[in-house]
Design a protein around this ligand. Sequence first.
Ligand SMILES: NC(=O)c1ccc[n+]([C@@H]2O[C@H](COP(=O)([O-])OP(=O)(O)OC[C@H]3O[C@@H](n4cnc5c(N)ncnc54)[C@H](OP(=O)(O)O)[C@@H]3O)[C@@H](O)[C@H]2O)c1
Length: 317
Amino acid sequence: MLSASLQLLCLQAASALVVGSRAHRIAMAAPSTSRPFSSPEVAPRPGYSKADQVARYAAAQKENNARYLDIETVYDGSYLKGKRVLITGGNQGLGLALVKELHAQGAEVIVVGRRSSPELDALVGVQVITGVDVTDTAAVSGKMIDELKGEPVDYIINNAGYFWEPHETLENMNFEEQMKQIDICGLGPLRVSWAMINKGLVKGSIIIVTSQADSAEWRFTQNPEGGDYGHHMSRAACNMGGVLLAQEIKGKGIPVLLIHPGFNRTGMTSKFKHIWDIEGAVEASVGAKRVLHEVKGATLERTGMFVNAEDGLQIPF
Ligand SMILES: NC(=O)c1ccc[n+]([C@@H]2O[C@H](COP(=O)([O-])OP(=O)(O)OC[C@H]3O[C@@H](n4cnc5c(N)ncnc54)[C@H](OP(=O)(O)O)[C@@H]3O)[C@@H](O)[C@H]2O)c1
């Protein structure tokens, strides 16, 4: 039996370790150079977003949090002018909204995906590379790279994603669908980034549009009954790949930022239409500005971080 004072010491040491790990994360996030950030809004910020999405949105309303409720109050996309940006899955939903905003800001946009769409085709000057499934290594390292003609990009925005429609439980567990989600959302960003880095085609930052679905810690709040196995596992794989990539390429000066784009009213989330209002889901055009606001802060000081584009705070892995 441990004496009471020894038990107390052990408890204090254990809590110091836990606090230490968070403090370390925050310290890592602190600027390590004197290079000024583009604006304080996109500087590294300590602190974590709230797991409970209803409470998160309600708190933002109560505080009248302009950053959360009206992205226009902080967003300035002028930094994108003349930047060459490759984005995956830009033919619909959030990806299309990102493409439209990048285009409107004067970026040189290259969209990579399986197919185009009339709305995407209507954007004059956007290069669309079709026939590239992000699960197809040959197409990613072949067709996608060939059509870039050796010109490096300032940003890669890995946006393509997939969420199986039915709610997955033990009753309907579908391993094929799990592997498909893991391949698209988990390996897809890594495959595209790998092909680009290995050809020397990245001169700026790598963005991974991921999801709060990654966070194991948040499952205790967001999934009290479990479920949606493939979806959550795919994003956990995605974020693990992103963090490892960030570590491997920081020496090359290439930052990797993992961004949860917030809750957006797209085809992917139409099955959650009934909670769009209470959880503060926004139009994809707003979500795109939230994401691009964070992209502005994708510096080496934040490499490997997982950020919620709604409030700019971190999400625990
Ligand atoms: N909407 C939200 O609230 C929300 C929240 C968290 C995270 N996200 C993430 O944000 C991203 C965009 O979501 P969204 O709501 O805009 O979804 P969406 O409307 O379903 O669009 C998904 C995009 O990914 C592309 N895609 C899917 N599988 C692909 C593959 N194998 N190869 C290449 N492209 C593929 C789709 O192209 P096709 O036309 O070829 O299918 C489409 O362009 C996703 O990564 C999603 O997980 C969204």
